[in-house]
Design a protein around this ligand. Structure first.
Ligand code: BES
Ligand code: ZN
Length: 869
């Protein structure tokens, strides 16, 4: 039998709602196996209302119990597995009427982690994007904004804590050991921002005063044994609140703001109004168990979700196609926040480089693959598949370009106007663009194409220096490859920060706005041949096609005053050499050496400059990828770099120690990063000599950054002592799930090592480990995604064994958790880019998954698009 054709949703088919909601009262009696939800909804005609129209609510996996309208039992309805259509409404629906529904859901059977579910015995919800419909029948769409009053009931012994959005109203004792709590959210919100949390939890609290003098209560709720790991999240929250007041004039609007940590969570965190719910990974930290990277991630995720309170909650999305309106903008805001927290100009550059590296490693491949879509998609089958690096990271780059074009002040004016116009509304990306354009009197009509066209634009650079006239001619030509459903592209509006580098240092930085297919500029008074520094600070998310000589690149690598482009020049030299299967030559080694010895550069910058481009980014530069060849030439390059600079690495290892009590500031963590790169390079150069030093660091470390880095260096280089340290690590941290995730992930992402068994065999053993759980997303990802997505040289085996493991894993995960399975399914997206035999085997693996009759819509969409021609 043939399965149904997948259903597609289209942006241009948006219609405003037929009905809308005013006040919503929910009464929820929590029971893990049978939760009773009573809703009372005030319904009004919506923008698409026509008299007599039925009220069509959506619901999923619900047991319907009863329906009343204006207090009377109502029999005119049709129930399907996905909807409740109510007919014969009073006065044809023209006046406000009250709908009351009772339904039942089963939280402890819910492994998808959407809607209401149980984790470690406590109740949590996740409603974005379309999870509210698994809690009750509703108009579960972001353009229906209502006021909520929520009463939670539970057995007091099992659920002493009962939380929901907004302000706390009252608590009551009930018969038979039950109790209740009532919460009211004063701000109208779409259903995806609803949340409840109930169970045995404990919190730390702070009271702060905001810029207008109001007192606010801040709480971080966790399982009681984790209370000692909440300080950093609280500090991050307080810093975020102050930053949003200062940079954007945006204040916290509720009496209290709560963050709750949960260990079963599909994503990183969720911005529910006043009640953010977080993956424990992005809340819990202390130096002994969390790395510097974990600390930084927590700071930025806490900030991100807090910033959504304005960009997402107060002003929300009209429909899910507009997702980048809130996500791209909020990622931009969290990136700017984190950059400001670095405390120095060079710190900002380090943050920028990290963000761009992520964009290139993940988003560029997406933009060139079968799932390519504009930051505002035109079509989707499953919205969960569109929480992508394109919507998020490219979306953030697009927001950053406004700021580059308009300046910080102009950008702020645009933001102010956006809130003035749209507070309390559900709007579109066009509304955001219009606010930016109107506040600055700038024509941004061509800029709009960043929202509608997919693909990474390429900009070709041609330069002519005319010494006789002291002129420099620059010609830029833009193009953009076809993407699914978009063959030809119109030119983009591309802001390029540019500077001619000269020995005299006499040329200013300029902003070139490339809007035509081809455009030329002439620079005057250029008295010597300059080196071009273009797309400084990565001012536009493009690929440059610039055949710069290695000599010019080396110059740029040592003198460019734009730290981003300085780093970039180094990456380009390394990339060309690795792809050409060359080893670093004496000149390049010398440049690396002087950079490493430069006392004016931050250790964190040095660490980035000496880290080679990722394998997956190298893939994107090829027309036919041989993953084993790329792995080997990158590894050979790295070994040479390690050996040639062995003395320097040894010296850096000593000089960048951070003695004394542990400090988590940017300076200290930069030193640790460089020291640990040095350690890894030493083991790369000669594991026999240096392994004991790594073992020693592992043993004496007082923080996770150093302990984990030493362990990773030992494991990755197959050094003596690796096994013992792995065993020690497991037993030392056996009770800390997040640390055990690291233990799994490190082994699954270990690249191939001479003389050691394949990582795939290791991974299959890990899957049988008593601590492995397929149901817990963090744990599943630490083994399966770590192998399939973060370990390319082990995954892409010529015999196809990695792909067979992928098939098995996708099919095992899909019935449990379609979202987690669909992410994993994306690991084969770029199959067409690979050489044989890889390509044929990847295709066969995709076909094997596609042949499964019972795939979720999530996985169906991913493999369907991967295989479509
Ligand atoms: N709104 C999202 C969370 C979300 C995403 C819920 C997809 C449901 C489906 C949240 O604001 C978010 O973007 N979280 C990110 C982390 C953030 C720092 C980029 C995440 O969870 O990965
Ligand atoms: Zn977000």
């Amino acid at each position: 039998m043939k399965t149904d054709l997948p259903q597609s949703f289209r942006r241009l088919e948006y219609r405003p709602p037929v009905y809308t909601f005013d006040q919503v009262d929910l009464d929820i009696a929590l029971d893990p196996s049978r939760t009773i939800v009573k809703s009372r909804i005030e319904v009004l005609p919506g923008k698409s209302f026509e008299p007599g129209a039925p009220l069509v609510l959506v619901g999923q996996e619900l047991e319907f119990v009863s329906l009343r309208i204006n207090g009377q039992a109502h029999r005119h309805f049709e129930l399907t597995p996905e909807s409740l259509a109510i007919h014969s409404l009073p006065n044809e629906g023209k006046d406000k009427f009250i709908v009351e529904i009772i339904s039942i859901c089963v939280p402890n059977k819910n492994t998808s982690l959407m809607g209401l579910y149980v984790s470690n015995g406590n109740f949590f919800t996740q409603c974005e994007a379309e999870g509210f419909r698994k809690i009750t029948y509703f108009l579960d769409r972001p353009d229906v904004m209502a006021r909520y009053r929520v009463t939670l009931q539970a057995r007091e012994e099992e659920c002493p804590v009962l939380l929901s959005n907004g302000n706390f109203l009252k608590q009551e004792k009930l018969p038979n050991g039950w109790h209740s709590a009532t919460w009211e959210d004063p701000f109208p919100k779409p259903s995806y921002l609803f949340a409840l949390v109930a169970g045995k939890l404990a919190c730390i609290e702070e009271t702060i005063t905001t810029s207008s003098g109001a007192k606010k209560l801040l709480q971080i709720w966790v399982e009681p044994h984790d209370l000692n790991k909440t300080r950093h999240a609280m500090d991050s929250l307080i810093a975020s609140i102050h930053w949003d007041e200062k940079r954007f004039g945006l204040e916290l609007d509720l009496e209290r703001f709560m963050i709750v940590a949960v260990s079963d969570f599909n994503m990183g965190a969720m911005e529910n109004k006043g009640l953010n719910i977080f993956n424990t990974k992005f809340v819990l930290a202390q130096a002994e168990t969390a790395t510097d990277a974990d600390f930084a991630n927590i700071e930025s995720v806490v900030a991100h979700e807090y910033f959504h309170n304005w960009t997402g909650n107060r002003v929300t999305c009209q429909d899910w196609f507009q997702l980048s309106l809130k996500e791209g903008l909020t990622v931009f805001r969290d990136q700017e926040f984190s950059a400001d927290q670095m405390g120095s100009e060079s710190g900002r550059a380090v943050k920028r480089i990290e963000d761009v590296r992520l964009l290139r490693q993940l988003q560029f491949p997406e933009d060139a693959g079968p799932m390519a879509h504009p930051i505002r998609p035109d079509e989707y089958q499953e919205i969960n598949n569109f929480y992508t690096v394109t919507v998020y990271e490219k979306g953030s780059e697009v927001v950053r370009m406004y700021q580059t074009l308009l300046g910080r002040e102009g950008f702020r004016k645009g933001m102010d106007l956006y809130f003035q116009r749209h507070d309390g509304q559900a709007v579109t990306c066009d509304d955001f663009l219009a606010a930016m354009a109107d506040a600055n009197n700038k024509d941004l009509s061509q800029f709009q194409r960043w929202y509608s066209q997919a693909g990474t634009p390429r900009v070709k650079v041609e330069e002519v220096y005319d010494p006789a006239n002291g002129q420099y001619h620059l010609t830029l030509t833009q193009s953009c490859a076809s993407t699914p459903g978009q063959k030809d592209k119109e030119p983009f509006h591309i802001p390029l920060k540019t500077r001619l580098l000269t020995a005299k240092n006499d040329q200013p930085e300029q902003l070139l706005e490339l809007t035509q297919p081809t455009q030329s500029w002439t620079f005057q008074n250029v008295t010597e041949r300059p080196v071009l520094s273009i797309n400084r600070n990565f001012s536009a998310p493009i690929q440059l096609e610039f055949e710069q000589s290695e000599a010019d690149l080396l110059t740029q690598f040592s003198v460019d005053d734009d730290p981003f482009n300085r780093w970039e020049a180094g990456q380009r030299i390394a990339m060309q050499m690795i792809l050409g299967d060359r080893l670093p030559d004496a000149q390049l080694i010398n440049s690396y050496r002087s950079l490493l010895l430069d006392p004016n550069l931050d250790p964190a910058f040095k660490e980035l400059a000496l880290t080679l481009p990722a394998e997956t980014y190298l893939y994107e530069q090829c027309s036919s990828v041989d993953p084993q060849k790329i792995f080997m030439s990158r590894r050979a390059f790295r070994k040479e770099l390690a050996k040639q600079l062995q003395l320097e690495w040894a010296a850096l290892y000593q000089q960048n120690q951070t003695p004394g009590p542990f400090k988590s500031d940017a300076q200290s963590s930069g030193k640790r990063a460089l020291k640990n790169l040095a350690l890894s390079m030493l083991l790369e150069a000669d594991p026999k000599i240096w392994a004991p030093m790594a073992v020693n660091q592992y043993q004496v470390a007082d923080n996770m950054t150093d302990r984990y880095a030493a362990l990773a260096a030992l494991v990755i280089h197959g050094a003596k002592g690796a096994e013992e340290c792995l065993r020690d690590f497991f037993s030392r941290f056996a009770n800390d799930a997040l640390v055990i995730d690291k233990w799994f992930a490190l082994q699954s992402s270990r690249p191939p090592v001479d003389g050691k068994e394949s990582t795939l065999l290791e991974v299959k053993r890990l899957r049988e480990h008593p601590a492995f759980k397929l149901n817990n997303p963090n744990r599943a990802r630490s083994v399966i995604h770590a192998f399939c997505a973060n370990n390319p040289a082990s995954f892409h085996q010529p015999d196809g064994s990695g792909y067979a493991f992928w098939v098995e894993s996708v099919l095992a995960l899909d019935p449990i958790n379609p979202q987690v399975a669909a992410r994993l399914a994306r690991a084969l997206d770029r199959w067409r880019l690979f050489a044989q035999p890889y390509q044929g085997q990847m295709k066969a693996a995709l076909e094997q998954v596609a042949a499964c009759q019972t795939l979720s819509p999530d996985v169906r969409e991913v493999v369907g698009k991967a295989l479509a021609d």
